[in-house]
Design a protein around this ligand. Structure first.
Ligand code: CMC
Length: 430
């Protein structure tokens, strides 16, 4: 797209020049900081389809070309060469770590994986069948009460909170997995590698050592990296909104987890697997399901398809599909469902309804099949997404705290209610 050099707004015949905020790549923005003052008008943009709420230098997406970059590095290179903690460091600090820096982070996170006894009691107080996203959101919010020294907006406090969030969220998610599968909680061991230790906490048998399957370890590490950030998505925007009031990072991330739980966002991985199961239970006709989706039959939506930004194949989805092919073959996962999912994708991608609307598989279409093959029950899928997204939420919160232009998030509205009524006491109402 040619660069815009001049933008004007004409209101009631009066023309005003609008400023343009320049990006390094991607969309520039129309700057309207004094619009209300100058014109008495606000903008209306439901779902923020066209609104940039901040500048950010963490993640770049080109939705038409299917490009995703973390701090300028293509996701395919990250997926092929990095690991989750290194990716977390990159997102949060802006540069790839040296070996010493990565070891220091890994050791520090490893040392902090134990959780306070109070957190364990807190987790145990929830019903065993409680949805783990609700418990996770509560547990992350509660961390601020157990680790008050990390609550605050100084660099030191945010650095400590970063380590605690990465470390303790892994332990909490692993404990949620143990509770979901009926196991007792076991103690973290300092010095382990992040993904290995998470798997040990989640899957170790009651006695004896877990024999970590390298295929599962690699796939899990990859899935965490692929979920690590996605610029101003719903949960990250929630983290920023809560953080804009100067609420602490735990409160902000806890709210982000609430946003992530919805089926249009991270909850889509759980919803997609349920959708596959429902199609099977109703006789397995993929064609019938696609027809119901197109006819907008109540409850029929192709979960794991479509995206606000991607109008082509989600590059994360492409990586997940590649790894699903090898991992499911290796682990002997649910290949029948995988085959059905692939057929569903093929039919949708050649159907006018999906072509016209540019609907492609997103990251959530195939992840459930992988998680399931690894031994996670369906309600654990979205907590795993949350664990992966933790570095992104942290990076955005910290970026915002260092942004001199940060202001409390406070949208306007177009009021459409009653304008002027006189209160009538209850006994006098007709
Ligand atoms: N199945 C069927 N139709 C769809 C779908 C879908 N998955 N997604 C969009 N459409 C249709 C929609 O009905 C609308 O059609 P029409 O113009 O006839 O009314 C058109 O496509 C535009 O959709 P939209 O809902 O206006 O698009 P949006 O940008 O507001 O929504 C979305 C994006 C991701 C919420 C949506 O595509 C969706 O509901 N997908 C299914 C849920 C899902 O997989 N979410 C995960 C997103 S990726 C990971 C993440 O962010 O967590």
């Amino acid at each position: 797209m040619a660069q815009v050099v001049d933008a004007r707004l004409i209101v009631d015949g009066n023309s005003r020049e609008l400023g343009i905020e320049r990006s390094t790549i991607g969309n520039d923005g129309l700057a309207i900081p004094t619009l209300l003052n100058d014109t008495g008008l606000v903008t209306m943009d439901p779902g923020f389809m066209n609104t940039a709420a901040c500048e950010s230098s963490i993640t770049y997406i080109d939705g038409d070309a299917g490009i995703l970059k973390y701090r300028g590095y293509p996701i395919e290179q990250i997926a092929g060469g990095s690991n989750f903690l290194e990716t977390a460091y990159l997102l949060i600090h802006g540069e790839l770590p040296t070996e010493d820096q990565l070891n220091a982070l890994s050791n520090r996170v490893g040392r902090h994986m134990h959780v306070h006894e109070g957190i364990k009691s807190f987790l145990n107080a929830f019903p065993r069948d409680a949805h783990p996203m609700a418990v996770l959101s509560g547990a992350i919010s509660a961390l601020s009460t157990f680790y008050p020294e990390s609550v605050g907006r100084s660099e030191e406090q945010l650095e400590l909170a970063t380590v605690l969030l990465l470390a303790k969220s892994a332990t909490v998610v692993a404990y949620l997995q143990r509770r979901a599968t009926g196991g007792e909680l076991i103690e973290p061991r300092p010095g382990g590698k992040y993904v290995d230790e998470f798997m040990r906490l989640a899957f170790s048998p009651a006695s004896g050592e877990l024999d970590i399957d390298p295929t599962v370890r690699k796939a899990l590490d990859l899935l965490l990296m692929l979920h690590a950030d996605h610029e101003q998505n719903c949960s990250t925007s929630t983290v920023r909104m809560v953080g804009s009031s100067q609420a602490n990072i735990y409160a902000a991330v806890s709210a982000g987890i609430g946003a992530l739980s919805g089926p249009l966002h991270g909850g889509a991985n759980e919803a997609a697997l349920k959708m596959f199961d429902n199609i099977k239970a109703s006789g397995g006709s993929v064609e019938q399901f696609v027809s119901d989706v197109k006819n907008k039959v109540e409850g029929a939506r192709l979960m794991g398809f479509g995206h606000r930004v991607y109008k082509s194949y989600d590059p994360r989805g492409a990586e997940v599909k590649k790894v699903a092919d090898t991992v499911l073959a290796d682990l002997g996962g649910n290949n029948e469902t995988f085959d059905m999912a692939k057929r569903l994708e093929e039919i949708a991608l050649s159907d006018e309804y999906f072509i016209e609307r540019k609907l492609y598989p997103n990251v959530d279409f195939y992840t459930g099949l992988l998680y399931s093959a690894m031994g996670f029950p369906t309600p654990m899928f979205t907590p795993l997404f949350a664990l992966g997204r933790m570095p992104g939420w942290i990076a955005h919160y910290r970026e915002m705290m260092n942004d001199p232009r940060n202001k409390i998030g406070r949208p306007r509205q177009i009021y459409t209610g009653e304008t002027d009524r006189t209160y009538v006491p209850i006994g006098e109402r007709g």
